[in-house]
Write a protein that binds this ligand. Structure first.
Ligand code: PXL
Length: 278
């Protein structure tokens, strides 16, 4: 069985980061080890959330993993709480990266041109350093702009502008860069990517569902990681992630009882398993 290590926060309520990565990657038949970097009462879109920083535990966990000789088929990171945590995670990459595994970074820190509560532009530049050590990075348009120290180009940026971001991000060091949340035209929403080895661009889109919700980037990145571990190519794993994320958002849109702080990813897990023939 493949084994993934996911490093991100544990938000008690809110359906994001580890509470999304664990069920989705596990459901896809992949062992999911975790490093919870912090425990929050909710994700940061709620007011008055609590935040228990677990930075102090991160090095001890790594040391123990090394002493046990644990290896991972992928290390996947999402939301990280501080520059110090980013530095520790870089160290995890140095320790656990090898020629046969993947380092996947979702630099979860911004949306709609705004950094999440508690983050500064300096934090984004540190995240860019983390991305330089990854095989595959999955920023949205806001995160891409912040990491490049550029003005936000907006959600309706033209394809040539996205392509510019992609090539600039590739020069940071990742082999495959994928920008998520790209609107190709009205009602047509997806990702655009660049493979530095083939110097080729690629893209894929699904129908755009007219609601925005938290945690959808985490659903996309987790599903991508799980599909990659199920031997899909990078492009096909990204397509599966886009189709599943779209199905989750659609399910939520059609559910009058749905919550407004996350999407109904649980209800679409059977559909995901069918897609990967499990
Ligand atoms: O979904 C990204 C995410 C992860 N973790 C925390 C967050 C967010 C987005 O708001 O607040 C704590």
């Amino acid at each position: 069985m493949k084994r993934v290590l996911s490093i991100q926060d544990l938000s008690c309520l809110g359906k994001c980061s580890l509470t999304v990565a664990l069920p989705i990657i596990s459901a896809m038949g992949v062992e999911t080890s975790i490093i919870p970097t912090a425990v929050l009462s909710t994700h940061t879109m709620f007011d008055n959330f609590t935040f228990r920083d677990l930075t102090e535990d991160m090095n001890g966990i790594k040391k123990h993993f090394i002493s046990e000789g644990f290896q991972f088929d992928a290390v996947y990171t999402g939301y990280l709480g501080s520059r110090e945590q980013i530095n520790i995670v870089m160290n995890y990459f140095d320790t656990f990266h090898n020629n046969d595994n993947y380092i996947i970074v979702d630099p979860a820190m911004a949306d709609n041109g705004k950094l999440y509560t508690g983050f500064t532009p300096d934090f984004a530049l540190e995240m860019a350093k983390l991305c330089s050590k990854a095989d595959i990075i999955l920023p949205n348009i806001s995160e891409a702009c912040f990491m490049l120290g550029k003005d936000y180009i907006g959600e309706d940026a033209a394809p040539y502008e996205i392509k510019e971001l992609l090539t600039e991000l590739t020069s940071l060091g990742a082999k495959t860069v994928v920008i998520t949340g790209v609107r190709f035209k009205k009602n047509d929403f997806g990702f655009m990517g660049y493979d530095a080895r083939t110097e080729g661009f690629f893209q894929y889109s699904t129908e755009e569902i007219p609601i925005k919700s938290h945690g959808t980037g985490d659903i996309f990145a987790s599903t991508f990681t799980g599909a990659l571990m199920n031997h899909y190519t990078i492009y096909n794993a990204l397509k599966i992630a886009a189709d599943y994320t779209c199905a989750c958002i659609k399910n939520t849109y059609n559910d009058p009882t749905a919550v407004n702080y996350g999407v109904n990813f649980e209800a679409e897990i059977p559909m995901l398993l069918k897609m990967i023939e499990k």
